[in-house]
Design a protein around this ligand. Sequence first.
Ligand code: PLP
Length: 396
Amino acid sequence: MVTNEFKNYAEEALVHTYNRFPVAFDHGEGVYLYDTDGKKYLDFAAGIAVNAFGYHVEEYNNALKAQMDKLIHISNLFYTEPMAEAAHKLVKASGLKRVFFTNSGTEAIEGAIKVARKYAHKKDGCTDHEIIAMEHSFHGRSMGALSVTGNAHYREAFGPGIGHVIFAKYNDLEDVKAKITDKTCAILFETVQGEGGIYPGEADFIKQIRKLCDEKDILLILDEIQCGMGRTGKMFAYQHYGILPDVMTTAKALGCGVPVGAFVVGERAENALEPGDHGSTYGGNPLVCAAVSKVFDMFESRHVLDHVNEVAPYLDKRLSQLAAEFDVVKETRGMGLIRALELKAPAGPYINKALEKGLVIISAGANIIRFVPPLVITKENVDEMYEILKSCLEEL
Ligand SMILES: *Cc1c(COP(=O)(O)O)cnc(C)c1O
């Protein structure tokens, strides 16, 4: 717990965009965090699905330290080996063709939107193309990403958005179909909706949309910023459905803690953007790319996907137990290590109680507890989480 004095000191100098928990974290070790008083916490949030390997990972840290002493930044006017290597590894893991590195998820979405508009512009020269996005989606906070985010509460005060965005119901093929016009340049959605409450895309929906996009030459953009990078048990969640998107966005666990994202384009869209169409000063600098490169190596050498596929059913089982034992739990759902416990009451008090008891969990919507732990958690960690959460459910 931070003192009121520290809280006031911090708030004094920060824009008030977050209601932070009254904890200041100092360091981490494995899947545990330690606050400035030395109190230990089990982490089931991973910095919002970022820290796939947990904390103080020597192999990863050493790769960053080595790169830091060589070259941190050089701009995109020059080549670097770390960027070329990271791009090839991302291309291989995604099954797509080319990568543009960004500094965040929201910027990856901005880039994806530009790819779609440019792709359509090249065909007909028009500048009024439409994007179909989904209700209850989340794609980020910059103006473009916000404009395709299906949550009016986030958008309203900041209008007008980029325009020409039409929202359809997620997992509702007929609704999407009804909203396609000859101006539609892209259909955009999260393969698993994250912030909106952890709703996996249905296989039929995803496959049929892929078909529709092929028939009508519309780009399918899949946002894998939260659900990608091994979280569902495949490197990218769309790999469960046997399809490829035309554009894919990734960030969060891509760099496991350094600020990096990317949009990755497939065959159809690989040449949509041309020299001068897009850029970023920092995007994919050697420091973050050394991290990305090491992250892909560690996924392989540590058999992370196998581990996720082994531990995830156990997490599901334990959460299902809580759903059966407690009336206040409505249901549990998710895929791999991105899961939800939906309550019939606000999740806030339970999350605060858990934090007091040394468990970090977060919400995804008012009534939903979200579980996006480091991918390296063990069954013993799941048991520990279960016991703490159970005691919170009993006491409240
Ligand atoms: C977090 C998130 C974003 C935004 O990423 P930032 O790095 O916060 O800009 C976009 N889409 C999804 C699905 C996300 O979970």
